[in-house]
Design a protein around this ligand. Structure first.
Ligand code: ADP
Ligand code: K
Ligand code: ZN
Length: 428
């Protein structure tokens, strides 16, 4: 059996048809909430003649969610809700998403579908190393793994030695882990003199934060696993929105549950297929708290062509970052992921780095602190200087300016519990 759900096998035409039906009912449902009752005034489901008519609908922003926090988006009585999650507040004050029992069921199904797609089965032992609590990467992934029938270990974040013990004792085969933590954990393995390849590990699900293909390959190499990119955001349930299949060529968005658009982040017009822009998402299968044309701020593009896996659900490219992650330095636009791409492809570079922005006189400057593997962190200053110049030169080729590079010892940069903090702005 290759597919877990019938919906995975829908053709393009069938997907579009289903989406139109579901978009209409999402609009009808949304209008029952205080927020959309106003926002969608004058728009009726019948106004939508084709799926392209989604453009007639207004956008919803994080600001809207904040302003109508906590209950302004609910379409059924509060007593129908059984769970809430909140965004981790990476940027600004938090927002809450509430789920009915049906919503939790739909979410667990979608998550199970993702896991099954990459080869996870009930025989697998699954360890979830993401934080539990308000963050959706905990319970969201957890219920998906249980739905599939995996023995599921809610290890939570941090406590690396205990993580390693659990991996070993239960012969864990599948792990969900934030990529920056996967890199950090490898240094703990190293310190213990244990090779993770000697364990029973088979599949890693990595996501929740931007990372590059170089980072993925590094994780696959260190652990001897296949690592699959997992994308989601709490406003769209959490994880289980888009996921790589066995071909690792972009992430399939589950279009029976979500309607995705890519727009120009400035003028909000639809971009031609293949162009990078802001991902806009509409929930098509959420009961309690539907969101219409939600601005994710995440930058990506639709990938053209068919996927050999046989699913016609559209694929998005790796997320470059959020629109607000962009650094403008000396008139050049830089994304932290460009720096990561260069660093993670260099064998001398260890598992962590940090970008600092600072002022030198009136000029904005960028400093990249780079952890160096022990075997390359030698006493000979000339050798270190040469490595420093090599990193600076490689970075220049990618980002077009030459940052200051500072080499630091392996494991010396601060490590965050959840999503990695890649940029520190010291300019103000
Ligand atoms: P917060 O917005 O507070 O971080 P969420 O936990 O909802 O709260 O985070 C969702 C965001 O995390 C996404 O909008 C995106 O920016 C980022 N993200 C999630 N998965 C990925 C991924 N696979 N690649 C890149 N970024 C991701
Ligand atoms: K089982
Ligand atoms: Zn595929």
């Amino acid at each position: 059996m290759k597919f877990l759900h019938l919906e995975e096998q829908l053709s393009r035409e069938e997907i579009k048809k289903l989406q139109l039906v579901r978009l209409k009912s999402a609009v009808a449902r949304a209008k029952k909430s205080p927020f959309y009752a106003k926002k969608l005034k004058g728009i009726e489901p019948e106004d939508l003649k084709s799926i392209e008519d989604v453009k007639l609908l207004p956008f919803t922003t994080k600001e809207d969610l904040r302003e109508h926090y906590p209950y302004g988006f609910l379409t059924v009585p509060k007593s129908e809700f059984v769970r809430l999650h909140a965004s981790s507040g990476t940027t600004g004050s938090p927002t809450a998403i509430l789920y009915t029992e049906n919503d939790l069921n739909t979410w667990a199904d979608l998550m199970a579908r993702c896991l099954f797609m990459v080869g996870v089965r009930k025989e697998d032992v699954f360890q979830n190393m993401s934080g539990y609590g308000l963050f959706t990467g905990g319970l969201g992934i957890h219920y998906g793994a249980e739905r599939l029938g995996c023995l599921t270990i809610p290890a939570g974040a941090g406590n690396s030695k205990r993580q390693i013990k659990l991996l070993k004792d239960f012969a864990v085969s599948v792990v969900h882990i934030i990529p920056s933590y996967a890199l950090h954990l490898s240094t703990v393995f190293e310190g213990l003199g244990i090779n993770p390849k000697d364990f029973n590990l088979r599949i890693f699900l990595i996501g929740a934060e931007p990372h590059t293909d170089e980072t993925r390959r590094r994780i696959e190499e260190i652990y001897g696993v296949k690592a699959f990119n997992s994308y989601g955001l709490s406003e769209m349930n959490g994880p289980g929105v888009a996921f790589e299949c066995e071909y690792q060529n972009g992430m399939h968005i589950w279009e029976d549950a979500f309607l995705a658009e890519i727009v120009d982040p400035v003028d909000l017009t639809t971009l031609p297929e293949g162009e990078v822009g802001e991902l806009i998402m509409t929930t098509l299968a959420r009961e309690g708290m539907p969101l219409i044309r939600y601005r994710t701020k995440d930058l990506t593009r639709f990938l053209p062509g068919e996927c050999p896996c046989g699913r016609s659900h559209v694929r998005i490219d790796r997320i470059t970052g959020r629109a607000d992650d962009m650094i403008i330095l000396k008139g050049v636009n830089i994304y932290p992921m460009q720096v990561e791409k260069v660093l993670m492809s260099m064998k001398e570079v260890g598992q962590n780095y940090l970008i600092e922005l600072y002022k030198e006189g009136h000029l904005d400057q960028m400093r990249v602190k780079v952890e160096i593997k022990d075997e390359y962190f030698v006493e000979d200053m000339r050798v270190l200087k040469a490595l420093q110049s090599k990193i600076a030169k490689n970075l220049r080729e990618e980002i077009l300016i030459t940052p200051r590079v500072e080499l630091v010892e392996h494991n010396s940069l601060p490590k965050s519990q959840g999503k990695a903090i890649r940029v520190i702005d010291l300019r103000n």
